[in-house]
Design a binder for this molecule. Structure first.
Ligand SMILES: Nc1ncnc2c1ncn2[C@@H]1O[C@H](COP(=O)(O)OP(=O)(O)OP(=O)(O)O)[C@@H](O)[C@H]1O
Ligand SMILES: [Mg+2]
Length: 263
């Protein structure tokens, strides 16, 4: 299963991806958490020590490697570049069966969707899912970069994170339209930093659809961030983790349904 987590800057994407990845890993899934945000802070949020995380290579910075795999001698791009060793080469092993891959950003302009990085990302995303026990979750760069296009198309579930603010809801509305236009199979809204039922009402009224799941405003998230540690290690019983655990169950049920209907 492939999940991509999107939303306006600062809504809580990294917090959600990191802790969901850990919770899903604990269920016995092989989780690959991809950091597609240039600020690259997913690994520490997952609980990998900062020194280890900082030392690990950033995939899209390895230009020679990407070019050697994607470019043909005549300058064309291979549609199926070899990617089977990427996780082994670049993945950082984290706790609970989670491997983090630092993707970084696509720097080139021009024909973006045809550049080697996209060809590589497409191949990578299709290759990483081999069995029912594999799950890829992507922490996407904020907003609607062209980057999102390649990564969003073909995923099983887009989780669009919002907080009770008009700006985040505007971004969500755009993401929803964009996802519909490119034929995304399933998009759900996750409300984060919720203080009371009025916040949910405000969100649902402004985006014109039901919230799939909500996570409370929780100061432990801020404290864990402050200390540069993972929330699930710092406060495993916090309200945010309890809520994320319920979200994990909803995802597992989608996953079960997906494989039942495809078999
Ligand atoms: N449920 C929550 N309760 C309180 N604070 C939260 C909650 N979730 C996230 N935060 C805080 O919001 C800020 C942004 O969170 P996070 O980095 O996860 O968001 P993001 O969407 O990944 O941001 P960016 O777009 O910058 O990558 C952090 O300071 C974090 O501590
Ligand atoms: Mg982030």
């Amino acid at each position: 299963m492939k999940i991509v987590v999107v939303g306006k800057g600062g809504v809580g994407k990294t917090t959600i991806v990191a802790n969901l990845a850990r919770l899903l890993g604990r269920e016995g899934l092989n989780v690959i958490a991809i950091d597609a945000d240039p600020s690259l802070n997913l690994a520490t949020a997952v609980g990998i020590p900062k020194e280890v995380a900082d030392e690990a290579p950033v995939l899209f910075d390895e230009e020679e490697f990407i070019r050697s795999r994607t470019l043909l001698p005549d300058g064309f791009i291979k549609l199926n570049p070899k990617v089977d060793d990427v996780v082994e080469k670049f993945g950082i092993k984290g706790p609970d069966n989670v491997v983090v891959l630092k993707l970084g950003e696509v720097k080139k302009g021009g024909m973006r969707c045809l550049c080697p990085e996209y060809a590589f990302l497409r191949a990578l995303l299709s290759h990483l899912i081999i069995g029912k026990k594999d799950l890829v979750i992507i922490d996407m760069v904020a907003g609607l970069e062209p980057m999102s296009r390649g990564a969003i198309r073909g995923v099983d579930l887009v989780l669009c994170v919002v907080e009770p603010s008009i700006k985040s809801l505007d971004v969500a509305t755009k993401i929803e339209k964009f996802s519909r236009d490119i034929g995304v199979k399933k998009l759900e809204v996750v409300a984060n930093k919720v203080r009371d039922s009025k916040d949910i009402e405000f969100i649902e009224t402004n985006i014109g659809r039901k919230v799939f799941h909500w996570i409370p405003f929780d100061t432990s998230v801020i404290e864990a961030d402050y200390r540069g540690v993972s929330l699930i290690d710092y406060k495993p019983g916090s309200p945010a983790i309890t809520s994320l655990s319920a979200l994990k169950d909803k995802i597992l049920s989608i996953l079960q349904h997906m494989y039942k209907s495809s078999s």
